[in-house]
Design a protein around this ligand. Structure first.
Ligand code: NDP
Ligand code: 8X3
Length: 256
């Protein structure tokens, strides 16, 4: 029988555990016996997760854009949670769907600060210890928006393209270290993602998922869990996952 890793051997840091893919992943790992550190800015949701998941879950209220706060929070981890060997750098967001000429510069900066800089801070805070111990796994939530362009995807898609290339470059740097790197690239997942993208407009966000069957956060959490519990000699570089209802359009041509 094929031998997967025992989840009880994993100490998993999940950024963005207060909602969506991060919350579902925190649940998936913790309920399977892993120790999970879940981060996010909404402390009440982290406390609710701790109440739900029990002692396998350690809440850490922190904004990934604040490197000093992130370092301090990780430095204060209790015994049993400090030897992180899976880093799921998942926290991220899209803001706006306007064309570049109409988009908000503040939105662009928030996406860059979170999806790129926050992700880099997370990696820098955790990678050296994993390399030193000779075991570990860095997993990102990229997106098909980093693979394919779409109108209004401008800066969001570019941040996810950064994540994709950073994954591959990390693999090049980490060759021979026994630290694995994976970019999970989902298509449409029904979470709070669209509510955030449309600045809380429930009509707009609801219409994104109307009359179709999107992926769920649990669908992606299962891919993350599967990838991380594969035997240590197996590295999934990139995993693109779409709902069956989502596919490709032909390239657009403007005539006249
Ligand atoms: P949600 O909005 O449901 O969750 C986003 C999570 O990111 C929340 O837990 C939020 O926590 C956290 N987060 C955002 N900004 C910060 C910050 N500055 N500091 C700390 N945490 C932060 O969306 P998803 O679960 O869908 O998104 C998770 C990831 O998946 C993102 O990287 C997104 O780009 C990506 N993705 C989503 C897809 C989709 O269709 N839903 C498809 C492809 C990729 P809090 O607000 O409490 O800080
Ligand atoms: C989220 C998927 O297509 O809305 O990254 O950009 S999409």
């Amino acid at each position: 029988m094929y031998q997967m890793l025992d989840p009880a051997t994993l100490t998993v840091l999940v950024t963005g555990a207060t909602s969506g893919i991060g919350a579902a992943s925190a649940r998936r790992f913790a309920l399977a016996g892993a120790r999970v550190i879940g981060t996010g800015r909404r402390a009440d949701r982290l406390i609710a997760l701790r109440d739900e998941l029990g002692p396998n879950f350690h809440p850490l209220e922190v904004d990934v854009r604040d490197n000093a706060a992130l370092l301090a929070a990780l430095a204060g981890l209790p015994e049993g949670f400090s030897a992180i060997n899976v880093v799921f750098a998942n926290a991220g967001l899209a803001l706006g769907l306007e064309p570049a000429q109409a988009a908000s510069l503040d939105d662009w900066e928030a996406m860059i600060d979170t999806n790129i800089k926050g992700l880099l801070y997370t990696v820098k805070a955790t990678l050296p210890a994993m390399v030193a111990r000779g075991e570990g796994h860095v997993v990102f939530t990229g997106s098909i928006a980093g693979d394919y362009p779409y109108p209004g995807g401008n800066t969001y898609g570019a941040t996810k393209a950064f994540v994709k290339q950073f994954t591959l470059n990390l693999m090049a740097d980490l060759a021979g270290t026994q630290v694995r790197v994976t970019n999970i690239e989902p298509g449409m997942v029904e979470t709070e993602f669209s509510l955030v993208r449309f600045h809380g407009d429930e009509t707009k966000s609801g219409s994104v998922y109307a009359n179709l069957q999107p992926l769920t956060a649990e669908d992606i959490a299962e891919q993350v869990f599967f990838t991380c519990t594969l035997p240590r000699h197996v590295n999934v570089n990139r995993l693109q996952v779409l709902p069956t209802c989502q596919s490709f359009s032909p390239l657009k041509v403007t005539r006249g």
